[in-house]
Design a protein around this ligand. Sequence first.
Ligand code: ADP
Ligand code: MG
Length: 677
Amino acid sequence: MAQLFDSVRYLRGVGEARAKTFASMGITTLYDLLSYFPRAYEDRSRLVPVAELQVDEPACFRAFVTSTPRTHHIRKGLDLTKLSVADETARLNLTFFNQSYVADNLEYGREYYFYGTLSGDYMGYGMTNPIFEAVEKPGVLTRRIMPIYSLTAGMTNGLMTRSIAQAMDACLADLPELLPRELRERYGLCDAVTAYRNIHAPASFEALDLARHRLVFEEFFIFSIGLSLLRSRRSRQGSRPFTDLDLEPFLRALPFTLTGAQQRAISEISADLSSGRVMNRMVQGDVGSGKTAVAAAAVYLAVKNGRQAALMAPTEILAEQHARSLEKLMTPLGIRTTLLTGSMTAAQKKVARKALQDHAVDFIIGTHALISEATDFSDLGLVIADEQHRFGVAQRAALAEKGKDPHVLVMSATPIPRTLALILYGDLDISVIDELPPGRQSIDTFLVGEDKRARVNAFIRKQAAEGHQCYVVCPAIEEGEDESLRSAEVWAETLQSAVFPDLRVALVHGKMKSTDKDEVMRAFAAGDYDVLVATTVIEVGVDVPNATLMVVENADRFGLSQLHQLRGRVGRGGAKSYCILFSSNRSPETRKRLQALCKTNDGFEISREDLALRGPGDFFGTRQHGLPAFKVGNLAMDLHTLQNAQAAAADFLQSEDLPKRPEYAPLMDRIRALFQE
Ligand code: ADP
Ligand code: MG
């Protein structure tokens, strides 16, 4: 019998290749597999008489095969297998494309369960490629509520479902119970085994609700406890208060006057720095709200109080950009500033690191090269993480460990409602910059379909003719399974050779070597290209003031907040800027979601909309906040459960003895694993 932590290789039908596919989805053990929850469900439990099937509505029905299946070879690569089926209410023609094995598996005169979607027009009704199972066989694909899993290339929903069914048979009973009985009874939660069984193979929609409720509670409960632990750990830390809080020279050196919101954020920071407690603050502000100036003020104070400061950026380009502008500001103020990135030569890095150690440098700007072993500070007093959603809690902590309880400031361009921020970033205090510097123009945004392709191309050409530049963002890198997705590689090639042979088109994507990526970006920034075809690698921080047009392909594939970030790449210079969202998705929800972007340029409003319309999903995924992502919990839908879980967590933490009891040991282990104590 297999154990919970055995490899998925144990499963029938899973060899080396499939194990690799599973691994690429983060699944190596049977436990991982059981913890991979469906993203949706299809109701195949209700049987519909053939006469009552509705066009475009997938449904399950039971019918006899009433003709021998016949396969017709239409042309190379196209075989059609046709047959008819019937129940006592009606007859129906079925067609299978390139599935000639169907002829062997569907027998004249026998009865099967089918699941498919009726199509029909004036020529008559029919069904293409339905799923089927013999009535004597147990229902795996029909007669049930079917789980739908997120998949990757090489993985099918059927394989996933079968593998999980096997894993459940093998070791569901060994599942650790993270919520002891007394807690489950108090909050009306089912046990772990029942929850896992019904999340994967729900006996009914009621059973599914119960399973989900328990798992959401568990997730929020663990999250709340983990956050409280993080919080309590920091509040114990004292810190030598900064005494020199005079910002006058800094303000005089700034090339602009701070906005009220920037001033507020800076006063909050200064209060932290002089409090005698370690600062743990997040500055949230929309793209372009001027977070860098706020960070710079903090750096100024740290250095004036004799300490060193470090600013960590997620990409080399961003680090270099910051170094360029901040060095200009800091040097006249007597602050010695330097850069440290992975692509510098070993000798250059050594010089920078030596200077840090000797305190010959006050302020260092860099990439994660800053957290490498080799980097040592003389007296690190302040660490700043820019675009924090690109860093995890662990990376932030690693940088902070370079000093003796340094103050921590994180900058985020993903504004979220304050109430949620308090929950999600519970280990941080929050300053909000809710005001843009004066004179910012809004970026006109349009949602268009393929019928506008020629006009958009003409518009790109017009921008280029005026000496401006354009981004074209695609959801995929290479041509993949899903043909409806525009691939950056293919599209760059098409644009260059067929659409804009006279313009200079460049390509940048996440699979390129980072030095190649940076080179393309630098060349684009220098004006060497007119059009940059890219994936979302350009989402963060790139500052090319001459770029005036952002075109997003398959815009429905992106989250609203992400689109807003992408849009923030234009409108950074004086010229009028535009954003064009291509989408052929007709679903009303999708259109409503994308229209929200056309209506407003306010990041806070957009994130509220994002949250209300699609739930947290990626929005609160690991990428966005560096904390464990919610797999089942949805902060928009499950607020009530969240409140219960928070109350339960508070009770739990107040009790001296509960965390020490053996029945809570699996829970404590999980919390420690997630929050990396
Ligand atoms: P973000 O919040 O996206 O990091 P930045 O700090 O990069 O924004 O600022 C965007 C631009 O706005 C920069 O060019 C910066 O110099 C400018 N800026 C910032 N604050 C002000 C201000 N108070 N008045 C005018 N311009 C400002
Ligand atoms: Mg910034």
